[in-house]
Ligand binder design. Structure first.
Ligand SMILES: Nc1ncnc2c1ncn2[C@@H]1O[C@H](COP(=O)(O)OP(=O)(O)OP(=O)(O)O)[C@@H](O)[C@H]1O
Ligand SMILES: Nc1ncnc2c1ncn2[C@@H]1O[C@H](COP(=O)(O)OP(=O)(O)OP(=O)(O)O)[C@@H](O)[C@H]1O
Lengths: 223, 223
């Protein structure tokens, strides 16, 4: 079974360490802060207080034996990069690193870190999109070219059967699910996944559509 | 057009302020750190250095006139909560707040904050899931009951037409897209969205499936 090391026990790092441990994986958690190490000690296989820029200390903690290292040292780009270089020298096959800025992210990527995460930036984009386009209830980019969007059923298809709405022929998009409004007496809205063409879409329902970004954008303009 | 206030210009807050401003929205950005205010001043309508727990200072900055306030003060739960209370007293209709712990999140929710975000926690869950279940290339929870999963085409459907694979009858799930492997000469894999039943699924392709979580879990066990 895979062994993990989490270096930097901020909110991101400690949560990764916790979830992996909960799932019975071996996790070495390190941080230079004693309180952070103590806080997680009973949840992981091994928790060590050390400065991760100290290669000798990392070796003593057994870091070179892990399959995956997650580096989440914030605030200090230099330390983050130094630690990543040490891990590469130690031969760690897979490194995931949290970036604290676009520049930091670019440096990490150039250093060959294939998974660079930007938690705050990604959430900010999600929140901002939601404020700018509240009609998009959910947007999933399936690929750079195709997306899945959930939105309230547009007025022009309310009362129609999916077959009648003819979305694919008219707009190039497919309805893959319908969320029927919360009817009286029911606790939560009911989902109709991969609905029959005879399904009627009512006011108050939302539809989940799949299509190319270009077609989705055109569709958006007419709703 | 809506007016926004962003209180706390850490990575999350400053990115929200930046994106909203880029989209031509009026943004008042405040922080107690002069350097953070200066860094964003030329990108937003108004950037003010102030302590957001000072109601008078917030009023002077015109915060009471915004439609939406985004509060992203980390490290200090007390300040975050105090600011949220002031904003509610000022009558701000919509408040979004970043939480730095589960407890912080629960307090904010109880205070009536309908959108509470946990950027680091959510990204940690995504990263951890990806490490624990690398075969799931992408997982989207459409609702508590249904998900969309992208995974490599399982061995038992390779070489078959979608029609022959009979996924819906046998497994209760629908293939909504197929990503054909990168063929020689092509720069990137090609997507087949809402594929015809005659589409053949080959080794190296990945499929995007939609179904109930229960059916997806059963399917996962046999792949
Ligand atoms: N050289 C180092 N060696 C070990 N741990 C370090 C080192 N430098 C920083 N850390 C630790 O990294 C952790 C994360 O850093 P910090 O809290 O600055 O980042 P953050 O990006 O705000 O974290 P998060 O957003 O995940 O909460 C801290 O617990 C800190 O003690
Ligand atoms: N009372 C306050 N008034 C105004 N700004 C404040 C106050 N307290 C903290 N801030 C600001 O809030 C910002 C975010 O705080 P901090 O960096 O601690 O949070 P964070 O959660 O690590 O942020 P992020 O993860 O978004 O980078 C900081 O720029 C800080 O100066």
């Amino acid at each position: 079974k895979k062994q993990f090391a989490v270096i930097g026990l901020g909110r991101f790092g400690s949560e990764v360490a916790r979830i992996l441990s909960e799932n019975k994986y071996s996790v070495i958690a390190v941080d230079r802060s004693e309180s952070k190490v103590k806080a997680i000690a009973d949840q992981v296989s091994l928790a060590v207080q050390l400065d991760a820029t100290d290669e000798k200390a990392l070796r003593e903690a057994g870091i070179q034996n892990v399959d995956v290292a997650i580096v989440s040292i914030g605030e200090n780009i230099e330390a983050s990069i130094l630690v990543v270089m040490i891990l590469k020298d130690l031969g760690i096959k897979k490194i995931i690193a949290k970036a604290i800025s676009e520049l930091h992210g670019r440096v990490l990527t150039q250093l060959g870190i294939r998974r660079v995460v930007h938690p705050e930036r990604d959430m900010a984009q999600k929140v901002a999109l939601n404020l700018i386009r509240p009609e998009i209830l959910e947007l999933i980019e399936l690929s750079p070219e195709f997306s899945i969007v959930e939105l309230p059923a547009p007025e022009f298809i309310q009362g129609k059967k999916i077959l009648e709405a003819n979305m694919r022929a008219l707009h190039g998009i497919t309805i893959i699910a319908v969320k029927h409004a919360n009817d009286t007496g029911r606790a939560s809205p009911s989902w109709n996944i991969n609905p029959y063409p005879s399904t009627v879409i009512n006011k108050g329902d939302s539809i989940v559509i799949l299509g190319s970004n270009r077609d989705l954008e055109k569709f958006r303009k007419i709703t």
